[in-house]
Design a protein around this ligand. Structure first.
Ligand code: OGA
Ligand code: NI
Length: 348
């Protein structure tokens, strides 16, 4: 349902504006401090070639994934198996969607985070005081047949193209979860089993060009609440990860996807693997599109680590909780540097 407020979406409000509206201006101490960002050569995070994942080189690739999960929480993958045409199709239908006339896009507008398909802006307009420089379409993707008929039907190719991408992204998520299980010394199928019936959400993020990027965020620092995120980004930089208290730019690498550990894998690994703080910066020159796939346990799943990861030196870090309980807490809390996971930490 379209809201009563006119121009609820950022892209329609700011199209020609030279100034960031006060609704999006951060307090002085809460701005991105763009001069203080590390721009490392290369990706800024480990780059892992998955070509040998199913071959004789599997052990080496699994070890590289394990050490990235443990030390960085973030890595990039090449030769990930999602065909280039599927990736390109996803990005172009995303761009087409956000370039549709406002009236057409607003058919999907909702500010209710519980909806399986919705277009919105910022992060959670119901709870936050300062808005973020982002519009986004959020879709539940798995099981595909339960949701695809609710997805936008314009652009006409949307359902087919996004359905194909999300199916490929799921297959990659499952391969990564197997490799991650092995890297922890667990059965290959452990994490896949530990996540119940599974769920998969996608955000199609649209960050319009911003006249004053130093005043606002595309997304402020946060950790992802799900298990593992597979991020497709166009060629425009914007993602930054926090490492040793410094912000490091993650520059797009052609044909690579960014993978990061979310809070549920941190909990399922009993704190071995880290869900790391990251944020999105906007820029004045160009729009940016990114498509994170959030792979998660089904809502009824009780999230608890494997017994093999618990011993006297590594006691259970969290009380058992259902993913539904966690997810509701996450949306209520909003994006902030305090970790939602800390609220579930077991205090001895
Ligand atoms: C997110 C996120 C990164 C990006 O949507 O949770 O971190 O580059 N996105 O858009
Ligand atoms: Ni994120």
């Amino acid at each position: 349902m379209a809201p009563a407020l006119s121009n609820p979406l950022l892209s329609d409000r700011v199209a020609r504006s030279k100034k960031v509206p006060s609704s999006h201006v951060r307090a002085v101490g809460d701005r991105p401090d763009l001069a203080n960002v590390d721009h490392e050569s290369g990706a800024g995070i480990p780059l892992i070639d998955l070509k040998q994942l199913e071959g004789p080189g599997r052990r080496r690739v699994v070890e590289a994934i394990g050490s990235a999960c443990e030390n960085d929480g973030f890595f990039m993958v090449t030769n990930h198996g999602i065909p280039e045409a599927v990736v390109e199709g996803m990005l172009s239908v995303a761009r087409e969607f956000f370039h549709l006339p406002e009236s057409e896009r607003l058919k999907c507008y909702s500010d209710d985070p519980k909806k399986a398909v919705r277009l919105s802006t910022s992060f959670n307009v119901r709870t936050e005081k300062v808005s973020n420089w982002r519009d986004f379409l959020r879709l539940h993707c798995y099981p595909l047949e339960s949701f695809v008929d609710q997805w936008p039907s314009n652009p006409p190719a949307f359902r087919q193209v996004v359905g194909t991408y999300s199916t490929e992204a799921r297959a990659l998520a499952l391969r990564l979860l197997e490799a991650i299980s092995e890297s922890l010394g667990l059965d290959r199928g452990h994490m896949v089993k530990a996540m119940g019936r599974h769920a998969q959400h996608m955000a199609v993020n649209y960050y319009p060009p911003c006249p004053q990027p130093e005043l606002t965020y595309g997304l402020p620092g946060h950790k992802d609440p799900n298990a593992i995120t597979l991020l497709l980004q166009d060629g425009v930089s914007g993602l930054q990860v926090q490492r040793d208290g410094r912000w490091v730019a993650v520059n797009p690498v052609p044909n690579a996807l960014v993978i990061n550990i979310g809070d549920q894998l941190q909990a399922l690994s009993n704190d071995r693997y880290k869900s790391v703080n990251h944020r999105v910066i906007v820029n004045s020159a160009s729009e940016r599109i990114s498509v994170p796939t959030f792979y998660c346990p089904s809502p009824d799943t009780v999230v608890a680590p494997a017994d093999a990861l618990v011993d006297d030196a590594h006691p259970r870090a969290y009380r058992p909780f259902t993913y539904q309980e966690y997810y509701e807490e996450f949306w209520k809390m909003g994006l902030q540097s305090a970790s939602c996971l800390d609220r579930f930490r077991r205090i001895e």
